[in-house]
Write a protein that binds this ligand. Structure first.
Ligand SMILES: Cc1cc2nc3c(=O)[nH]c(=O)nc-3n(C[C@H](O)[C@H](O)[C@H](O)COP(=O)(O)OP(=O)(O)OC[C@H]3O[C@@H](n4cnc5c(N)ncnc54)[C@H](O)[C@@H]3O)c2cc1C
Length: 510
């Protein structure tokens, strides 16, 4: 028998390596091209672009931000079909943008980045992939996404379940749910969307809820043909529409920073539950016990009515164990099930999902150690000790009230500026000053204290120790303002001797 010889690994040299081909990575690529920079590569572990919208194809999967806002400002689509787009329309948009900007030749699919080391003498990164390839890059843009690793709960017996089991982000469409007894674990953003879709098909649906979610009405309107034609013919109308959506979303910041106002809105949200759920006891169980906005607020007109169905059961006592063909609740009841759907969300903490990902910066910096307390960065992008590494949607830049694509565009603008500034200064690398990062994060944490996110709930915005490391705690226009210009004095710009020597690098004046 002949042994299989693995293909030889390759080394690629490039100016910019982008990791991830979702909204973030693709935006970075487009803006590099627009800046006349073609020397870059996108490394994507999957076999298609799209990130979130390639993976999350569960029934009912849709965006909670309006279509005209949840799209690039520079690549408008006049004919969005409805206010809130479904996954397929978003993914089609991403595929179209990828084609329109000619991005495919720059993407290397099936390339999962597994580690990176900053080569200080050379002022560049050595990035390694699972199949052994090496990418040597001056700049590295990590656009690996905030929500892409499915979280699987640690429930006794789950591994031994003999029926069908899948996570919402890995929906098995070949499995026919018709007439099956199904258990759904979790009542977060994805479950709220797929439960109403599957309930009419299945024989029995047991919904295991750990924490109830605040769910408010969704604007279900479709755009008329007239609106679509108008948006196409008069771009100003589309821009005004987008601006209105932007400011409507921004107005949600008031209750976020004014918990008493949030509690007033909560009364309306409570009435919404009571109006939609027939059984008062069931309505009570579906009403959260934390301030609205503390966890992500979800939108749906069809979620609560799902529980009025005779074949749907809400279980709030928790799960004791999973057996080969059933789930035993903490209420002692054994429920036979054919299929378990894990609507259990994603691993958000990068220290958990990057635990096998070795990341070494300058002067022996090690990300696992630097982030021992919680992940943090400056403006969600740069981390002191990791020069020329930029993150998109990094720590402290996720949103609960508006489109993340707005933040991504602002970040990409900033990163390209930093690259240009580095070249103008003849520097080989740029590193944010530790005191700048510290002061910024102290400010973020101070501001979070007065917000609705600090009213006592446990959410995926926080580490296990309760540190909120995900959310941008101000209006998004403030992020936009702060990212207009790179403040040179906040960074250390380091040049290398032209000849490769072991001499210490020279600092360039700020
Ligand atoms: C179900 C769901 C609903 C959502 N709804 C909303 C919403 O309503 N509004 C909103 O603003 N946001 C929402 N989000 C958040 C969403 O992730 C962002 O809006 C947006 O998609 C982020 O884009 P991204 O490019 O940063 O990340 P992603 O879309 O996650 O793309 C990251 C890409 O990086 C790749 N990748 C990851 N690790 C590696 C690696 N090591 N090597 C190579 N490639 C890698 C992934 O395969 C993926 O293609 C939702 C997310 C989910 C999961």
């Amino acid at each position: 028998m002949t042994a299989r010889v693995p293909p030889p690994s390759t080394t690629i040299e490039t100016e910019v390596a982008i990791v991830g081909a979702g909204f973030g990575g693709l935006c970075m690529a487009i803006k590099l091209l627009e800046a006349g920079r073609k020397n870059f590569v996108i490394l994507e572990k999957a076999m298609e672009v799209g990130g979130t919208w390639r993976d999350n194809q569960y029934p009912g999967a849709a965006c909670d931000v309006q279509s005209h806002m949840y799209s690039y400002s520079f690549a408008p689509k006049a004919d969005w079909s409805q206010r809130y787009p479904g996954w397929r329309e978003i993914q089609d948009y991403i595929l179209d943008v990828t084609k329109r900007y000619g991005l495919r030749p720059f993407i290397r699919f099936g390339q999962e980045v597994t580690g990176a080391e900053f080569l200080q003498d050379e002022g560049r990164w050595k990035i390694t992939t699972r199949n052994g390839d090496v990418i040597l890059a001056r700049h590295w843009v990590l656009a690996s996404g905030p929500l892409h690793v499915p979280a699987v709960p640690d429930i006794p017996g789950l591994k031994d379940f003999k029926g069908k089991i899948f996570h919402s982000a890995q929906w098995d469409h070949s499995y026919d749910l018709n007439g099956k007894n199904v258990a759904s674990i979790g009542t977060g953003g994805s479950a709220v969307q797929y439960l109403p879709e599957i309930a009419p098909k299945v024989n029995k649906l047991h919904v295991f809820q750990r924490t109830a979610a605040w769910v408010i009405p969704r604007d279900m309107r479709k755009y008329s043909d007239f609106s679509k034609k108008l948006f196409a013919a008069v771009p100003l109308m589309r821009k005004l529409h987008r601006a209105r959506l932007y400011w409507t979303n921004e107005s949600r910041v008031w209750p976020i920073f004014n918990p008493p106002l949030a509690r007033a809105l909560q009364k309306l949200a409570t009435l919404f539950i009571r109006a939609q759920v027939k059984d008062p006891e069931l309505a009570r169980k579906l009403t959260p016990d934390y301030t609205i906005g503390c966890k992500r607020v979800l939108i749906s007109n069809v979620y609560f009515p799902t529980f009025n169905r005779d074949n749907v059961e809400l279980v709030t006592d928790g799960i004791r164990e999973v057996r080969e063909h059933s789930i035993v609740g903490k209420d002692g009841v054994e429920r036979p099930v054919d299929c378990i759907v894990l609507g259990t969300g994603f691993v958000v903490d990068p220290r958990v999902y990057m635990k096998d990902f070795k990341l070494t910066g300058r002067d022996g910096h090690n990300l696992a150690q630097d982030w021992a307390r919680a992940p943090e960065a400056y403006l969600g992008m740069t981390v002191s000790g990791y020069p020329n590494l930029f993150q998109l949607v990094g720590p402290g830049t996720a949103l609960g009230h508006n489109s993340i694509i707005f933040m991504i565009e602002a970040q990409v603008h900033y990163i390209i500026q930093a690259m240009k500034e580095m070249e103008a200064r003849g520097a080989a690398y740029v590193d944010v000053k530790p005191e700048v990062q510290r002061a910024f994060n102290a400010d973020v944490q101070k501001n979070l204290k007065n917000s609705v996110w600090s009213t006592g709930c446990q959410s995926w915005y926080q580490t296990a120790d309760g540190v909120n490391f995900t959310i941008w705690p101000w209006s998004t226009w403030r992020f936009w303002l702060r990212t207009r210009k790179v403040k040179a004095e906040e960074y250390e710009w380091v040049s290398l001797p032209t000849q490769k020597t072991r001499k210490a690098p020279q600092k360039v004046a700020a």
